[in-house]
Write a protein that binds this ligand. Structure first.
Ligand code: XBP
Ligand code: MG
Length: 253
C-alpha cells in the first residue's frame, strides 16, 4: 500500500497508562471526594470494558451499586469526580513514571522523516493526551500530530467508530486521504472494533488487560511494536517478515 498516515490510540498503545496511571488517579479522586470506593487491578480490568472515564464511573454505579451521596445530580457529580481525576492523572504523568511503550518513539520519528501523516484517536481527554506527550517527548511533539481526536469531541466513544471518522474528516480538510492507505495502532477490542468499523486496517499491540480479547480482522497482533535489538512477538497475523514495526513492513501490506 501507499502508506499515507498512521493513527494512534493512546491508552494502552502509546503507553501503559491504565493500571498505574488512570486507575490510581480514579482512586485518588474517590478518596478526595470522601468515598470509600477502591478500584483494584482486577476490578479495573473488568471496568475497562466501558471506554471513557465518566462512562466507566456511571457503569460502576449502575452495576456495583456503591454508596453515593443522596440527592446528587449523578451526571454533574461524576463530571466533578472526573475533573479531579484528570488533575490527579496529569500530576502523576508529570512525575515521569509512565514511559512510552517500546518502539513508539522510533516509529513516530521514522514516520515524520518519511512525511507519513500522524494523528491520534482516543477516548481520553485532550488534556491527558497533551500531558502524556509533553512528559514523554516534549511539548513540541503535540505538533507532530496533524489531528488529535480526543474525549468528548464525539458523543459516542469506542467501540463506536465516530472518533476515527472525526479524525479522517479533519485530516481530509487539510489534504485528501484514503482510509485504505492508513494504519491504526490499537491495544483493545473496543479499539479495533472502532477502527475497523471506520474502514481502517489495524495493528494491535496487546497489554496485560487486553491480552485475552478478540482481535478479529487485525493485520497483526503483537506483544509490542518491537525494536531492532528487541523484536516483538507476533501473536496473530504477519509483520511481513519484520521483527518490529517499521514503515517498510507496513508498506508491504
Ligand atoms: C481509553 C479509555 C479511557 C481511559 C481513561 O480507551 O477508555 O477512558 O481508560 O481516560 P482507548 P479518561 O485507549 O480505547 O481510547 O478517564 O480520561 O476517559
Ligand atoms: Mg487503548
Amino acid at each position: 500500500m501507499k502508506l499515507e498516515a498512521l493513527i494512534f490510540d493512546v491508552d494502552g498503545t502509546l503507553a501503559d497508562t491504565e493500571r498505574d496511571g488512570h486507575r490510581p488517579a480514579f482512586n485518588q479522586a474517590f478518596r478526595e471526594a470522601g468515598l470509600d470506593w477502591q478500584w483494584d487491578e482486577d476490578l479495573y480490568g473488568k471496568l475497562l470494558a466501558v471506554a471513557g472515564g465518566k462512562e466507566r464511573m456511571k457503569h460502576f454505579i449502575q452495576q456495583y451499586h456503591p454508596k453515593i451521596p443522596s440527592s446528587v445530580d449523578v451526571d454533574a457529580w461524576i463530571g466533578e469526580l472526573y475533573r479531579v481525576k484528570t488533575k490527579c492523572y496529569t500530576s502523576l504523568l508529570a512525575t515521569g513514571q509512565i514511559p512510552l511503550r517500546p518502539g513508539v518513539e522510533r516509529l513516530l520519528c521514522e514516520a515524520r522523516l518519511a512525511g507519513v501523516r500522524l494523528a491520534i484517536a482516543t477516548t481520553t481527554s485532550p488534556e491527558n493526551v497533551a500531558a502524556l506527550l509533553t512528559n514523554a517527548l516534549g511539548e513540541e511533539s503535540l505538533g507532530w500530530f496533524e489531528v488529535i481526536g480526543a474525549g468528548d469531541i464525539v458523543p459516542a466513544k469506542k467501540p463506536a467508530p465516530d472518533i476515527y471518522f472525526y479524525v479522517l474528516e479533519k485530516m481530509r480538510e487539510n489534504k485528501p486521504i484514503s482510509p485504505e492507505n492508513c494504519i491504526v495502532f490499537e491495544d483493545s477490542e473496543n479499539g479495533i472494533r472502532a477502527s475497523c468499523a471506520a474502514g481502517i486496517r489495524t495493528i494491535i499491540t496487546i497489554n496485560e488487560y487486553t491480552a485475552g480479547q478478540q482481535f478479529d480482522g487485525a493485520l497483526a497482533v503483537l506483544s509490542d511494536m518491537g525494536e531492532p535489538a528487541a523484536p516483538c512477538n507476533i501473536l496473530q497475523g504477519s509483520l511481513n517478515g519484520s521483527g518490529y514495526v517499521q514503515l517498510k513492513a507496513l508498506e508491504a501490506y
